[in-house]
Design a protein around this ligand. Structure first.
Ligand code: UDP
Length: 312
């Protein structure tokens, strides 16, 4: 049945893909964004669609709307962006979650939270499983985001227990694909843009740290499966691709697939940069029947095509 669905952060990288999928399914989409990191280009093709509405608003301020489902995605998510105004990042994570939970409580509607693998910090368990409590520095440069997302998880579980709200928590691992912003400093977009321009590929540290990269379409499919799951399913559920690569391997793949002459250079490793990250997705498989279908090479090819149109 067609629903009216609110997506906070709807013009961001992930939010805009979710807007597309939900519109395709026949839903009415309210895309809320303050364009701090969201990009109008990502949703320009939807403007004028009769089931799409755009609301300029900051989630730290309460808002009254009538909707059937809320996806709370609003938050700067790349280290470069979330560390630019860390106080606001903490505020968005906490106040945004609280405001959306209060709206959901008033409407008695389900609410979905985009949480993050950053809640595991620099993990001592590998791969990371949902019942691992994490190894997070509460006072470092990443804390505004990590701890902000952790208190948001706490609020989600407390609203469920205290007010019987249908809450859904997903923990997102590194995701990439078309509509990543060219200058948000993320490793996949940085490397592809550098390779296409023939610039040096900036490896932070020795490049031995690992990440597991999920293609955006796989991730959004996981979101929607969790959103459609019965009320008893709260998560948290890891959604990510367990294929694990060192940052150096990623750089080599990007150079090969772009046919670039770029050289690898080593820069300082940022403080508190997690050494390894890989999801255990047993829960997503068992509960949602979800697993990724697009491997790194296939996803990089699609992402390179996107950036090749943008980067001159
Ligand atoms: N990184 C890198 N070069 C870059 C950007 C990032 O070597 O130009 C590294 C970064 O230090 C981290 C990994 O790539 O180890 C992933 O960084 P990203 O900012 O994409 O996401 P994170 O997982 O750290 O949130």
């Amino acid at each position: 049945m067609a629903k009216t669905i609110l997506i906070t952060g709807g013009s961001g990288f992930l939010g805009s893909h979710l807007c597309d999928r939900l519109i395709e399914q026949g839903h009415d989409v309210l895309c809320l964004d303050n364009f701090y990191t969201g990009n109008k280009e990502n949703i320009r093709h939807l403007i004028g669609h009769d089931r799409f509405e755009l609301i300029r608003h900051d989630v730290t301020i309460p808002i009254e709307l009538e909707v059937d489902f809320i996806y709370n995605l609003a938050c700067p998510a790349s280290p470069v962006h979330y560390q630019r105004d860390p106080v606001h990042t903490a505020k968005i994570s906490m106040m945004g979650a609280l405001n959306m939970l209060e709206l959901a409580n008033r409407l008695k509607c389900p609410v979905f939270q985009a949480s993050t693998s950053e809640v595991y910090g620099d993990p001592e368990q590998h791969p990371q499983q949902e019942d691992y409590w994490g190894n997070v520095n509460p006072i470092g440069p990443r804390s505004c985001y990590d701890e902000g997302k952790r208190i948001a998880e706490t609020l989600f579980m407390d609203f469920r227990r205290q007010y019987d709200i249908d809450t859904k928590l997903v923990r997102i691992f590194n995701t990439y694909g078309p509509r990543m912003s060219e200058n948000d400093g993320r490793v996949v977009s940085n490397f592809i843009v550098q390779a296409l321009r023939g610039e040096d590929i900036t490896i932070y540290g020795d490049g031995s740290q690992t990440r597991s990269f999920c293609y955006v379409d796989d991730l959004i499919r996981g979101f929607m499966l969790l959103a459609d799951s019965p009320k008893e399913i709260s998560g948290p559920i890891n959604i990510g691709n367990p294929g694990e690569f060192t940052i150096k391997q990623l750089a080599e793949n990007v150079i090969r697939l772009t046919n670039s002459n770029s050289k690898l250079i080593s820069l300082d490793l940022p403080k508190d940069d997690p050494k390894q990250r890989k999801p255990n997705i047993a829960k997503a498989k068992e509960i949602l029947g979800w697993e990724p279908t697009i491997n790194l090479e296939q996803g990089l090819i699609k992402t390179i095509e996107y950036f090749a149109q943008k980067v001159k």
